[in-house]
Design a protein around this ligand. Structure first.
Ligand SMILES: *[C@@H]1O[C@H](CO)[C@@H](O)[C@H](O)[C@H]1NC(C)=O
Ligand SMILES: *[C@@H]1O[C@H](CO)[C@@H](O)[C@H](O)[C@H]1NC(C)=O
Ligand SMILES: *[C@@H]1O[C@H](CO)[C@@H](O)[C@H](O)[C@H]1NC(C)=O
Ligand SMILES: *[C@@H]1O[C@H](CO)[C@@H](O)[C@H](O)[C@H]1NC(C)=O
Ligand SMILES: *[C@@H]1O[C@H](CO)[C@@H](O)[C@H](O)[C@H]1NC(C)=O
Ligand SMILES: *[C@@H]1O[C@H](CO)[C@@H](O)[C@H](O)[C@H]1NC(C)=O
Ligand SMILES: *[C@@H]1O[C@H](CO)[C@@H](O)[C@H](O)[C@H]1NC(C)=O
Ligand SMILES: *[C@@H]1O[C@H](CO)[C@@H](O)[C@H](O)[C@H]1NC(C)=O
Ligand SMILES: *[C@@H]1O[C@H](CO)[C@@H](O)[C@H](O)[C@H]1NC(C)=O
Ligand SMILES: *[C@@H]1O[C@H](CO)[C@@H](O)[C@H](O)[C@H]1NC(C)=O
Ligand SMILES: *[C@@H]1O[C@H](CO)[C@@H](O)[C@H](O)[C@H]1NC(C)=O
Ligand SMILES: *[C@@H]1O[C@H](CO)[C@@H](O)[C@H](O)[C@H]1NC(C)=O
Length: 837
């Protein structure tokens, strides 16, 4: 395909909802900014063939109406224009049928129409006499229900147009929407009219009189305008120009939406000199001795309260204890010393306290954002104010950084700065001055909040809408939901709590400051189907329940039976790097099926704890993950903090969870991904099968009771993360009585590219074998090499051949063959994954 055609298709097809495309980026233009997605350790032809197969699978899982659209986007994100038109070109996207979910047509008992331009809130809401605002239509439903009763489905049908819901907004909470549904609003549908484009903006359209403020040394022009008094400056933390996020004045320059550590020009500085040490602030520690999980590395429930944990709301953190397992007490640095001239404009900063430092945790396990309290250019020092709570581990030093929101850094096209003292907005245009400026004013557009889980909002359907232009929330309240590495802001564009049977479908979540969907506490039977999430400051879909300490049994305050299917999620985590397309924490029975997920800073799907379990992650295609962080993979799980639930037996509390299932996914490890399924600290009770796993092997780390079967591991010795997975199976530090027990690896296919050592089983010793149960695997090694199973024999590390290994009763039925052609491997993948939906 020639380049111009790619660009053109990129512009037309960047989004897929009911509604037409709103983006100004073409897919190709932003993806070309990114450093190569290819694996440098392998022949590009092989890598291209595997990328092409991944794209073919994206088309396979795509709903029929969007197969072409998903293909084109995935081709662009996978930089297929860098691949020669040879090996993979013969693979045609499959047109296989797709098992559609039940989208039975709803019947409206009564319809209320809304039309921004022709409507009037005094009208009766008929098609001819529409309401002007959605809020007035909602009020009318409440009046009508007193006559019609509560069981009938009422519909709010919105005509095309842009609804600036941030204008004169009264709520500034990320948990109360401009449109706020309560327990009295059950049996409601909110949707667009036919195929009309309905844009719900969280901003206010600005009417501005611009004047030239100054010319910069670089030849740019800084324009200036007064912000009207009706604009709430505290919520004006994002400026959207022509429906695209503009850049808060920053150094180094670069657009955080398209430039990060994955980009050729990352827009981050690596020139930190040192970090100013944290002050340790002990928390009150809760350690529960009984009940406990016997036979695990993480047997006891523990929590730190207050002290250092006070930066979170509520002021608790699993990591705020004197000796948390596998970590240090949560602290963050108090400031940063930069190298000489690392911040060349620093001595000219007139008010550094408007600014923020965006940086990473020292291990790149997430990111931090701090307010600047003060700076001293003689000492090259920045002291931090609030912040650093955007992940839960803490560390005494950071990583790559940039500073933002300082007037003197406004020196590059598309940058802006708001002077809150004088209400002056400064902006540097590129060539021509744009006209459409929107100030973010709210972060939550719709809230669906029942008063209690026994009085939920029920049967609400939201479809066909475009959500956009909200405020960011990275300096708002964060909380630590459980013993994973995460802290999370429990708010979002759609906030949902105490609900039952809510469906969110065919919506576009585009250019948002915060999370997309936030399912908080009790939400039973939620369906999130066929939406697109793109250009988000934080995560796309978060599920965050709560417990009473260790007790998640007596209080069913958790999302349960959630279905997340056929969504397209990409370009997320623009500001918050410990974020994900899908976060599952303190939740029961989540099904994640047939989603296409790419381009994010960290995992595609993160399961933060072992609460309850019974999750199913099937038929997803995930690639370009872990682009800015490290020590992670496309799917990540942790299980460090036990909770009581009735997962094992109904009505009976236990710390053990139900098995979760991960099958028929394509997980492609590139950028810094290490393990395709990163079953990290303590993960247990997973059945992983029939996945096509590119460039990484199985992982067990401090966990137990996982079964892998019928997987295809492709070139698992070629992880691009730089460490970790160099083989088919990695069993890290298995220890009798606490980890590595009941681990099963059977009937798998593992293809090695260069290595002939299939396993890394630590502590392997033939005198005292404690290894996973290994049976009937097919291992492929390069031609001309000898397979080596490495284990201690008679006290020294020994390379055993297959017969010697099997003589210990291991890997009975396992075969070792010669690595087949890439076409054969892909054919195996196709056979396993297709014709199975
Ligand atoms: C997907 O692409 C097709 C062209 O192949 C286009 O007609 C259609 O509008 C796109 N779908 C959506 C929902 O954007
Ligand atoms: C494309 O072909 C050229 C010339 O044969 C070769 O040098 C290059 O490595 C190929 N690139 C890919 C991605 O296959
Ligand atoms: C719901 O309706 C009941 C009965 O009409 C009323 O008392 C209550 O205030 C309403 N609740 C809300 C949140 O509007
Ligand atoms: C918003 O409030 C201002 C006054 O603060 C008023 O002039 C304006 O009409 C209001 N806009 C809307 C859409 O209500
Ligand atoms: C700092 O400000 C001074 C005086 O306004 C100006 O001459 C100088 O160029 C500025 N320095 C930088 C690095 O911007
Ligand atoms: C900056 O540091 C220098 C050198 O330590 C000191 O003399 C000066 O007072 C400091 N300036 C501010 C504004 O604190
Ligand atoms: C400014 O315009 C030039 C030329 O059109 C373009 O290459 C560049 O990307 C633009 N910069 C920004 C920040 O939009
Ligand atoms: C779920 O809500 C939809 C409306 O969105 C309704 O048609 C359907 O009957 C509800 N299902 C149940 C089981 O109540
Ligand atoms: C497990 O999840 C499925 C949906 O995937 C649900 O039907 C089933 O009831 C759940 N089982 C338990 C024990 O929660
Ligand atoms: C805990 O596990 C150990 C070793 O697996 C076993 O010997 C012991 O009896 C178990 N204790 C309880 C209370 O189950
Ligand atoms: C393949 O293995 C050999 C021997 O271990 C090593 O020297 C070489 O660098 C490896 N090549 C690649 C591409 O990993
Ligand atoms: C280990 O020791 C036994 C008994 O001394 C011996 O028969 C066997 O060959 C040794 N194995 C290896 C691999 O050295």
């Amino acid at each position: 395909m020639n380049l111009r055609l790619v660009v053109l298709i990129g512009i037309i097809l960047t989004c897929f909802s009911y509604t037409n495309c709103t983006f100004k980026y073409s897919a190709d233009s932003y993806h070309s900014l990114y450093s190569t997605v290819g694996n440098p350790n392998i022949s590009p032809e092989y890598d291209c063939a595997l990328r092409a197969f991944t794209i073919e699978m994206a088309a396979y899982i795509a709903p029929p109406a969007v197969k072409t659209n998903w293909t084109t986007l995935a081709q662009s994100a996978f930089q297929m224009n860098q691949c020669n038109n040879t090996l993979y070109s013969t693979y045609q996207p499959s047109n296989h049928h797709h098992k559609a979910f039940n989208t039975n047509q709803q019947t409206c008992y009564h319809k209320i129409f809304v039309h921004d331009i022709k409507g009037n809130d005094l009208f009766d809401g008929t098609f001819e006499q529409p309401k002007k605002t959605i809020q007035a239509a909602l009020s009318l439903t409440r009046i009508l229900r007193t006559g019609y009763g509560n069981e009938n489905i009422l519909c709010i049908i919105i005509r095309g147009g842009t609804y600036y819901l941030g204008t004169n907004a009264t709520s500034t909470s990320s948990q109360i929407g401009a449109i706020a549904l309560t327990s009295n609003d059950s049996n409601l549908i909110i949707e667009n009219y036919e195929n009309e484009r309905v844009i719900l903006s969280g901003g206010a359209l600005l009417e501005l009189k611009w004047s030239v403020h100054a010319k910069t040394l670089t030849g740019g022009t800084i324009m200036k305008a007064q912000i009207p008094s009706s604009i709430n400056l505290d919520q004006f933390n994002e400026l959207y120009i022509d429906n695209k996020r503009a850049i808060v004045a920053k150094y180094p320059n670069g657009d955080p939406a398209t430039q990060g550590l994955y980009a050729k020009d990352p827009g981050f500085s690596y020139d930190s000199q040192s970090w100013i040490s944290p002050i340790h602030n002990p928390s009150v520690e809760i350690h529960i001795q009984e009940p406990y999980r016997n036979g695990t590395v993480f047997p006891n429930y523990q929590l730190g309260v207050g002290g250092g944990a006070s930066v979170f709301n509520p002021p608790t953190n699993f990591w705020s204890t004197a000796s948390p397992p596998a970590g240090n007490n949560y602290v963050v640095p108090r400031g940063l010393v930069v190298k000489n001239d690392a911040l060349p404009h620093m001595r000219n900063w007139s008010d550094p306290t408007t600014g923020f430092v965006h940086t990473f945790h020292s291990g790149y396990w997430g990111g931090w954002i701090f307010e600047i309290a003060s700076s001293n250019s003689t000492q090259n020092t920045i002291m931090f104010g609030r912040g650093g709570f955007q992940e839960a581990r803490g560390s005494d030093s950071g990583g790559a950084f940039y500073v933002a929101n300082i007037f003197e850094e406004l020196d590059s096209p598309n940058e802006w700065f708001l002077d809150k003292q004088t209400r002056a907005l400064y902006f540097m245009p590129n060539e021509t001055m744009p006209t459409d400026f929107v100030a973010s004013q709210i972060s939550c557009i719709i809230s669906i909040s029942g008063s209690h889980r026994n009085n939920p909002v029920e049967n609400v359907l939201i479809q066909g809408l475009i959500f956009t232009e909200t405020s960011n929330t990275y300096m708002k309240d964060f909380m630590v939901p459980s013993g994973g590495d995460w802290s999370v802001h429990r708010g979002g564009t759609i906030y949902s709590t105490n609900t039952k049977n809510i469906t969110i479908t065919h919506n576009l979540f585009n250019q948002l400051g915060s999370n997309g969907m936030a399912l908080i506490d009790y939400n039973d039977d939620t369906s999130i189907l066929s939406n697109e999430f793109v250009w988000l400051g934080d995560s796309a879909i978060i599920l965050v329940g709560s417990t009473n300490g260790i007790d998640g049994f007596s209080v069913a305050n958790q999302p349960m039976n959630t279905l997340i299917q056929s969504n397209l999620i990409h370009e997320i985590g623009i500001y918050v790097k410990q974020s994900a397309p899908i976060l599952i924490s303190i939740s029961r029975s989540v099904s994640v099926i047939g989603n296409l997920i790419f381009n994010m800073p960290r995992a595609g799907i993160n399961i933060n704890d072992g609460f309850y379990g019974n999750h199913s992650i099937n038929y997803n295609v995930i690639f370009n993950t872990v682009r800015e962080t490290s020590d992670h993979g496309p799917i990540n799980s942790w299980d460090r903090q036990p909770f009581l639930t009735d997962a094992v037996q109904q009505g009976s509390p236990s710390l053990w969870q139900h098995t979760s299932y991960i099958h028929h996914n394509v997980l492609f490890n590139n950028y810094r991904s290490v393990w395709p399924i990163d079953h990290d600290d303590g993960s247990c009770f997973y059945e992983d099968s029939h996945n096509f796993l590119v460039y990484g092997g199985k992982k067990n780390y401090l966990g137990h009771s996982k079964i892998d079967h019928d997987q295809i591991y492709v070139y698992s010795d070629l992880s691009t993360g730089g460490f970790g997975s160099n083989n088919c199976l990695n069993d890290y530090n298995p220890t009798r009585g606490s980890s590595g027990w009941n681990e099963i690896w059977i009937q798998n296919t593992c293809i090695l590219y260069n290595s002939s050592v299939p396993y890394n089983i630590e502590n392997c010793n033939t005198a005292n074998l404690f290894v996973p149960y290994l049976v009937s695997n097919k291992i492929y090694i390069p031609a001309g090499t000898q397979v080596a199973f490495i284990c201690n024999v008679n006290g020294s590390s020994t390379r055993l051949n297959l017969q010697q290994w099997q003589a210990y009763g291991l890997d009975i039925g396992t075969t070792v063959g010669t690595t087949p052609t890439i076409q054969t491997i892909i054919e195996w993948g196709r056979k396993m994954l297709q014709n199975t939906i």
